[in-house]
Design a protein around this ligand. Structure first.
Ligand code: AMP
Ligand code: MG
Length: 486
């Protein structure tokens, strides 16, 4: 098995990372492989399933051309400054360029201790590895920018948490792992030179359309991508759960699926993370937190700006931060218009949208099923599967919605098709994810995991035989919290 690595981050100054070796494990076994992504990146899926492939996944065997490094970064965790974090349980083994010229990091997560591990063991339990796999791949299928999962293997070793759990490693693929926290790290060291290198590198890698760009260009572009990213989360009911600045990638991809979850019934206060006691990262707070993170980003960038230009920078940066809520609002409302089958968003559509959200909150309506329910009835009065039936409380609103639709020229069929790709039937509901993980971790039984993965990778295609996967949890099935699982 040969892969052509083309490592660029490892050529940056030595203080950007530490050279590390993954720590070998006893008995690696591949448990899941992403065939499509493997093909895209030039990996042989059947090799990844083989013994040799398992050795690669866990880091026992490095491929030629691999230059394993752990990246350094800092960050604000739950608002508190942490001067040094870094890849404490992950190793970047190399970068690959796909057929379309897109560059990706290939990272092993859970591959052992690094200089950034602090008290941690550098390992990952199987449950969180499988959770990240499911949610990341579901996000990708839903069209949300995200890191991907290439493969996972168990290590044959136990990791000790509240109890002893099977260990595993995830092969994570990302456009890069450069975080807001990476900039914060160098800023906190007063290392203007490193910031300059990092700004140039990041612009070149993620924003090549910006020629001879500056820190201000980078801030502006990152803010744009964050606004669209968080709008997409909101439009699908996704709650990240740990929006710390070290978990915000400047590429605009979603990263670090720890205590994340999708909302069932619509309630902006929804929090899943067991460690988020004050609801800092609740669903409804995500746009505000993204803005807060961008302010930290701007402050970090400023350290790299020449003294005499700082005042200008500050003024422009403030403008970028100030306009973020409006940027988000536009992205959210335009997305909402698409969800409701409108050809475009008009300002006077907002009251209709607001009323729908209010109605959903009052009726504790399932977020996903409500929009899919509207999709099912948009092309007439036909029968819909029972789970998509909307309660009578929506009748009056539906009348108003239909009036609005009649102002557009699209046919019912076109509308139906447009809405069906905005409003999924299947999302990774927490109770389903928990059940799949439970079978795998407790029984070594992956059937539920694989079925769920299959369902989630075609989220817009409702299939009757998978009805149970579209349903919200019954009261006794609810899983109200997720754990970081570090
Ligand atoms: P996360 O909560 O996954 O975003 O991680 C926050 C920080 O803790 C990062 O620097 C991680 O590398 C580090 N970390 C998390 N879990 C472990 C672990 N088991 N061993 C070492 N470091 C860890
Ligand atoms: Mg993290």
């Amino acid at each position: 098995m040969e892969i052509t690595f083309d490592n660029t981050y490892a050529k940056l100054p030595e203080r950007f990372y530490s050279r590390v070796e993954p720590q070998p494990v006893a008995d690696p076994k591949t448990v899941v492989v992403n065939e499509e992504l493997a093909r895209q990146l030039g990996f042989d899926a059947s090799w990844l399933r083989s013994e040799a492939g398992a050795e690669f996944i866990v880091g026992n065997r490095l491929l030629d051309g691999s230059e394993p490094i752990a990246l350094v970064y800092a960050g604000h965790q739950f608002g508190n400054w942490v001067p040094r974090l870094g890849d404490g349980r992950a190793v970047l083994v190399g970068e690959v360029v796909d057929e379309e010229g897109q560059r990706f990091d290939v990272q092993l997560k859970g591959s052992g201790r690094t200089p950034y591990s602090r008290q941690g063991d550098g390992r990952a339990p199987l449950g969180p590895v499988l959770r990240e796999y499911l949610v990341a791949e579901s996000m990708a299928a839903l069209g949300i920018p995200t890191t991907r999962a290439l493969a996972a293997a168990t290590t044959g070793e136990k990791v000790l948490r509240e109890r002893s759990l099977p260990g595993a490693v995830l092969v994570r693929v990302a456009k890069s792992h450069i975080r807001v926290g990476t900039f914060e790290y160098f800023a906190s060291q007063g290392d203007a030179e490193a910031l300059e290198v990092l700004v140039d590198y990041t612009l070149g890698r993620h924003y090549p359309q910006v020629e001879e760009g500056s820190s201000m260009d980078l801030l502006r572009e990152v803010a744009r991508r964050q606004a669209t990213l968080v709008a997409k989360w909101q439009l699908l009911g996704f709650i990240h759960g740990v929006m710390n600045t070290d978990n915000m990638l400047v590429s605009g991809e979603t990263v670090d699926y720890g205590p994340c979850a999708y909302m069932n019934e619509y309630d902006p206060q929804t929090v899943y993370s067991s460690i988020d006691r004050f609801g800092r990262y609740a669903y409804g707070n995500q746009p505000v937190i993204a803005q807060w993170n961008l302010a930290q980003f701007a402050q970090a960038l400023m350290v790299g700006v020449d003294k005499e230009e700082r005042e200008d920078f500050l003024e422009q940066a403030q403008a970028v931060i100030d306009e973020f809520p409006e940027r988000f609002r536009i992205a959210f409302r335009q997305g909402m218009a698409r969800k409701l089958g409108f050809e475009e968003y008009r300002d006077r559509d907002w009251p209709l949208m607001e009323d729908l959200l209010e109605l959903m909150a009052e009726n504790e309506s399932d977020f996903t099923l409500t929009f899919r329910g509207l999709t099912e009835i948009v092309d007439g009065e036909q029968e819909v599967p029972a789970i998509f039936e909307l309660p009578d409380a929506f009748d009056e609103w539906i009348e108003r919605w239909r009036e609005r639709l009649s102002e557009d020229s699209a046919t019912e069929e076109e509308r139906r098709r447009a809405m069906a790709v905005e409003n999924p039937a299947f999302i990774p509901r927490n109770h389903l994810v928990a059940a799949a993980l439970d079978d795998a971790v407790e029984e070594g039984d992956y059937e539920r995991f694989h079925t769920l993965l299959e369902v989630l990778t075609e989220p817009f295609e409702y299939r009757e035989e998978f009805e149970a996967f579209a349903r919200p949890p019954k009261p006794e099935e609810r899983v109200p919290a997720t754990f970081c699982g570090t």
